[in-house]
Ligand binder design. Structure first.
Ligand code: SF4
Ligand code: SF4
Length: 116
């Protein structure tokens, strides 16, 4: 896949924290997905995806980054303080699945073009 486009500073990717957890153990602990969702909802955490094959559940929580300015700029942009994951974001199309307005997109690489 080839990444195209550019960041237009909507700030959406800096407003949530996403986590991946082990699906079967988590569901065992809570008894069911419904029970897990109830438990997490009291902490502001949403279950946004489930992949049985990969044995993964995906969480998202609204925790804005402290380095995000009011006009959606990154205070640590171009500095060694910027986390690696932010430098790389988005690295897959799944990264922006829930952000339809992201300025980046992913498209199959054209034949003869170097893969990115
Ligand atoms: S969601 Fe996309 S366009 Fe918006 S700030 Fe993040 S990288 Fe930039
Ligand atoms: S460090 Fe910068 S790019 Fe990373 S989440 Fe915070 S504001 Fe966004």
């Amino acid at each position: 896949m080839e990444r195209t486009g550019e960041c237009h500073s909507c700030g959406e990717c800096c407003k949530t924290v996403n986590m991946t957890v082990v699906r079967d153990i988590t569901l065992q602990q809570h008894g069911s997905l419904k029970e897990l969702q109830l438990y997490l909802s009291y902490r502001g955490i949403r279950v946004v995806g489930s992949d049985e094959k990969r044995n993964q559940l995906y969480y998202s929580m609204d925790v804005p980054c402290s380095e995000l300015t009011q006009d959606n700029r990154c205070r640590v942009h171009d500095s060694p303080q910027k986390p690696l994951i932010c430098h790389r974001f988005p690295s897959t199309k799944e990264d922006i699945e829930d952000i339809p307005n992201c300025g980046f997109g992913f498209h199959p690489a054209l034949p003869g073009w170097p893969a990115t």
